[in-house]
Ligand binder design. Structure first.
Ligand code: FES
Ligand SMILES: [Fe+2]
Length: 354
C-alpha cells in the first residue's frame, strides 16, 4: 500500500521540533520522530536530553524510567545512562562494557521549542535552526498548541505551501465567510522567492473587508482595507507567517515594496510539522495578534484550532483516499507552483545528504 510518502523522503540532517519547552520536565516523555523512538527529559538543572527510547539491555522503553540528577535509569532492570548515552551503572556487576550505550541526539532549546537533530551528531549545526520567535516573543501575543495528524507530514507541507486553500477550507474561519476575502486568497497577487532551505511567498490583497483572521473584532468600524502577508516554508517543515492590515490605498502607494506604515493590525504564526511515522505527523503551532492587542489572544487561538481542525479533516480524508488507490498519482496545476519550487529545493537538500 505504498503511497510514495516513505520516511526516506525526509531530510535527516535537520532540526525537527519535539515539542514546546513547557511540555518537558524531569519526567521522561516518549516521542516518535521519523519512525525513531526517542525519550526526552530535563536534567535536575533543566537541560534537555534526548536519547533513543530503547534500553541497550533488553530494549525496554527508557521513557518508562526515571531521571536521577543528570542521568536516566531504566526501570526494567535498573541500568543507568548518562546524558551522552553512555552507561553509568549496571546493577549487579562492577565493570560496565562500553557497548552498553544508547544513541544520544543533539537537542537545543530555542524560541520556546525543543529541536532535535535527526542526522549524524557530528553534523549538527545550530545555525540551521530557523528564526521561529516562539510563543513568548514580546512582539506577539501567541498561544501554543499542537495536533496529531493521521497523515504523512508531506501532505501537511503541501497544505501549508499553497494557501489558496484558505478560500475554500477556511472560508468560514480565517476568511469569515467573506466572498471578497475568499477571492483574495485564491486570486491575490503573490510573489515567490527561493531561499537556501525553502520558499518565501508574499501576498497582496487590496480593498478587502476585515475578516476574523485580520482582526475583525478590533477593526469592525474601519471598513475595507489592504492586506499584506508573507510566509516562509523551510525544510524540514517549518512554517512562519506574518499577516497585516493597512489603510486602503497603502499597497497601491507602495507598489512593489512592502507597506511603509505601521499596520492597523497584524498577526504572526510559527508552526512545525514533525513526521512521526510514514502515515502520522505531529503539527505544532503558535498563533496570535501583535502585542498591542493581547485581548485578542484567546480568540485567535480558538480560531486557529478551528481552522487547523478544518485542515486535519481534509488532509486525513485525502490520505484515506490515497491509501485506497496508491497507484493513482496526484497532478500539478498552476496553483501548485510553490509546491514544485519547494520540492526542487528539498530534492537538492536530500541529494547533498546522500
Ligand atoms: S531492559 Fe533496561 S535494564 Fe533491562
Ligand atoms: Fe489550512
Amino acid at each position: 500500500m505504498a503511497t510514495g510518502y516513505s520516511l526516506n523522503g525526509y531530510v535527516r540532517h535537520a532540526w525537527y521540533m519535539a515539542g514546546w519547552d513547557r511540555d518537558f520536565t524531569q519526567a521522561p516523555q516518549a516521542r516518535v520522530m521519523l519512525g525513531e523512538p526517542l525519550v526526552v527529559y530535563r536534567t535536575e538543572e533543566g537541560r534537555i536530553v534526548v536519547l533513543a527510547d530503547r534500553c541497550a539491555h533488553r530494549l525496554a522503553p527508557l521513557s518508562h524510567g526515571r531521571c536521577e540528577g543528570q542521568k536516566l535509569r531504566c526501570l526494567y532492570h535498573g541500568v543507568l545512562f548518562n546524558p551522552d548515552g553512555s552507561c553509568a551503572e549496571v546493577p549487579g556487576q562492577e565493570i560496565v562494557p562500553p557497548s552498553v550505550r544508547v544513541r544520544a541526539y543533539p537537542a537545543v532549546e530555542k524560541d520556546n521549542a525543543v529541536w532535535v537533530w535527526m542526522g549524524p551528531a557530528d553534523k549538527a549545526d545550530e545555525a540551521l535552526i530557523p528564526d521561529f520567535k516562539g510563543y513568548a516573543h514580546p512582539d506577539w501575543a501567541l498561544e501554543p498548541g499542537h495536533m496529531e495528524m493521521d497523515a504523512p507530514a508531506k501532505l501537511i507541507h503541501d497544505n501549508l505551501l499553497d494557501l489558496s486553500h484558505v478560500g475554500w477550507v477556511h472560508k468560514n474561519s480565517f476568511a469569515g465567510g467573506s466572498d471578497r476575502a475568499t477571492r483574495g486568497w485564491i486570486y491575490g497577487k503573490t510573489e515567490v522567492d527561493k531561499l537556501p532551505r525553502g520558499v518565501r511567498v508574499t501576498r497582496r490583497m487590496e480593498n478587502v473587508p476585515p475578516v476574523p483572521a485580520g482582526g475583525l473584532r478590533v477593526l469592525k468600524d474601519k471598513g475595507p482595507g489592504d492586506f499584506y502577508s508573507w510566509y516562509e516554508f523551510l525544510s524540514p517543515g517549518i512554517f512562519i507567517q506574518f499577516a497585516a492590515r493597512y489603510p486602503q490605498g497603502t499597497l497601491a502607494r507602495c507598489g512593489e515594496n512592502p507597506p511603509d506604515v505601521e499596520p492597523l493590525f497584524s498577526s504572526y504564526t510559527c508552526q512545525a510539522v514533525t513526521p512521526v511515522t510514514e502515515g502520522k505527523a505531529r503539527y505544532y503551532f503558535a498563533f496570535g495578534p501583535d502585542s498591542r492587542f493581547p485581548g485578542e489572544k484567546q480568540f485567535f487561538f480558538e480560531l486557529s484550532e478551528q481552522a487547523f481542525g478544518e485542515d486535519k479533516t481534509m488532509i486525513e480524508a485525502q490520505y484515506k483516499i490515497m491509501k485506497m488507490s496508491p497507484e493513482v498519482r496526484t497532478m500539478r496545476l498552476a496553483m501548485d507552483k510553490v509546491l514544485s519550487t519547494y520540492e526542487g529545493i528539498e530534492k537538492d537538500l536530500l541529494a547533498a545528504e546522500a
